[in-house]
Write a protein that binds this ligand. Structure first.
Ligand code: FES
Length: 92
């Protein structure tokens, strides 16, 4: 990792990438051929939910997730961004 970049690992896809800070995890997945379904891309439908296995993305909203989903570690990939110096691991 260099300054201003982070790491994202898509565990099921066996893909680990160096990414610029501030990119949505959904955009990063699409750019690298990892299929995550999406609809609203604005944090309101819940379609893009994926379980976070490690790391601390910058999350702008989780309103579309139930309490149970949050407890299970789900995040909305359209509303979660990469962070400099942080390694984020997703179950995708
Ligand atoms: S695509 Fe609707 S919440 Fe992410």
């Amino acid at each position: 990792m260099t300054a201003g970049t982070g790491q994202v690992r898509f565990a099921r896809s066996a893909l680990e990438i160096t990414v610029p800070a501030g990119a949505t995890l959904l955009d990063l997945a699409e750019e690298h051929g990892v299929a995550i379904p999406s609809l609203c891309r604005g944090g309101s439908c819940g379609t893009c939910k994926v379980r976070l296995l490690a790391g601390h993305p910058k999350i702008s909203t989780s309103h579309a997730l139930s309490e149970e989903e949050r407890a299970q570690g789900y995040i909305l990939t359209c509303s979660a961004r990469s962070v400099a110096g942080e390694r984020i691991v997703l179950d995708a």
